[in-house]
Design a protein. Structure first.
Ligand code: ATP
Ligand code: MG
Length: 394
């Protein structure tokens, strides 16, 4: 039977007058996500988006998998279409749900009558269809509170739609509705999760990665491409800027007290990132920092880092435990890549005893001893190399 997808958007329903802008962005994102996977028409009506395949033999499993990664969708269902006639609704439902009902013990029927001209009221539709399904599936029992499957009939303008239990969407807001921000992407576990979390809020991402060849290898950079490509499954295309960071790191290492090395390096990362972010018209920076996780992530250290930035810095993982971050990274599919053992520029020159509570004053003093740092920052930003990452490209 020819299936379609019925998509209900989540928070979008709350957005009042903006709603249609949000829905249009969601449809645009769905079109992009489904291109190459499903030939289809996508349209909207009464806060539902319809994805109707136009090809002969659509791969609906692949389409469901793709749609489940598009932000802005609370719930969606695979459904079939029936003429608006109770007898036909019953016949189509029986046939479409046969296999699904064979596998469960309890069910209920829920009817939604958007078309108030339909001759039967919702409880009557439920009763008639429920009675039929019970008669034809003697193993089934009705459970209105916690059924194994919730058979739903939606009687809408033109047709009736029939589906089983709804599937969960990725939630959040459509990417592109909340502006653009630059994610500082290392090869670690935390920053891909932070990228995912902000994309979920509707943010379009630009990636920035600091590489320090020859201390860091081409393979380490490749790993970051892979992570960006995995995040792009949810976030859409990500332009990734790879910043040559060697000159700055060597300068800091040679001419600055070791205990301030990391914090000054992070301040440089912020300066370079901000230059790229502004040029890319980003409204914020994003990092994967989590309070107290390492020396550079104490409150004092974050204060010293923030002091050089003028854009807001979003740190969606700031209040999360490592275990919670790992849970998300497993869920979104970045964990296995993140734990591949390649060196990062941060780990290359890690001091043995970093200052845990640096004051801004002492950091600024140590930094003042580094001549030519501003020029190096400008050179690093200008020398950034652009790689464009498509979903699943690696
Ligand atoms: P992650 O798991 O994301 O690497 P981490 O716990 O290893 O984080 P740090 O190495 O201190 O923490 O980095 C903190 C944040 O700084 C990262 O989450 C990331 O946003 C940014 N960052 C660190 N190294 C780099 C890099 N080489 N390129 C770009 N951003 C980086
Ligand atoms: Mg790291």
């Amino acid at each position: 039977m020819k299936e379609i997808l019925l998509i209900k958007n989540g928070e979008l329903a709350l957005k009042g007058l903006n709603r249609s802008t949000f829905e249009d962005m969601l449809i645009k994102n769905l079109r992009r996500k489904l291109s190459g996977i499903l030939e289809c028409d996508i349209s909207k009506s009464q806060s539902t988006i319809y994805v109707v395949p136009t090809e002969e033999d659509p791969d609906m499993d692949a389409a469901v998998e793709a749609v489940s990664k598009v932000f802005g969708i609370a719930r969606f269902s695979r459904a079939v279409v029936a003429p608006k006639n109770m007898q036909q609704i019953i016949e189509v439902s029986g046939k479409y749900l046969k296999d699904q009902l064979a596998e469960v013990k309890t069910f209920k029927v829920e009817a939604k009558r958007a078309d108030k001209n339909f001759p039967l009221k919702s409880p009557e539709i439920s009763r008639e269809l429920g009675g039929y399904l019970l008669k034809n599936n003697p193993h089934l029992k009705v459970d209105v509170h916690d059924p194994d499957i919730c058979v739903t009939v939606e009687v809408r303008e033109k047709y009736a739609y029939i589906h089983g239990t709804q599937l969960f969407g990725a939630g959040g807001m459509p990417v592109g509705t909340a502006g653009r921000a630059a994610i500082l992407l290392s090869g670690g576990i935390d920053s891909p999760v932070a990228a995912y979390m902000m994309a979920k809020r509707g943010v379009n991402l630009v990636g920035i990665h600091f590489a320090s060849p020859p201390y860091t290898s081409q393979r380490a950079e490749q790993k970051v491409h892979e992570l960006a490509s995995e995040v792009a499954e949810y976030a859409g295309r990500i332009p990734l800027f790879v910043v040559p960071f060697t000159e700055i790191q060597e300068h800091i290492k040679d001419d600055c007290p070791e205990e301030y090395f990391t914090i000054i390096m992070r301040r440089c990362m912020m300066r370079v990132s901000e230059a790229i972010a502004r040029q890319q018209k980003c409204g914020a920076l994003i990092t994967g920092e989590s309070l107290g996780q390492v020396a550079s992530q104490t409150m004092n250290a974050l204060q010293c880092t923030d002091a050089v930035a003028h854009l807001p810095i979003f740190r969606p993982a700031i209040g999360m435990d490592k275990a919670e971050i790992i849970e998300i990274s497993r869920k979104i599919g970045t964990f296995e890549t993140s734990i591949e053992p390649y060196e990062d520029c941060c780990t290359v020159f890690t001091p043995k005893h970093p200052r845990l509570r640096p004051t801004l004053e002492e950091v600024e003093k140590a930094e003042a001893g580094l001549t030519g740092l501003d020029d190096m920052v400008a050179r690093a930003a200008e020398g950034a190399r652009l790689v464009v990452i498509d979903p699943g490209a690696y």
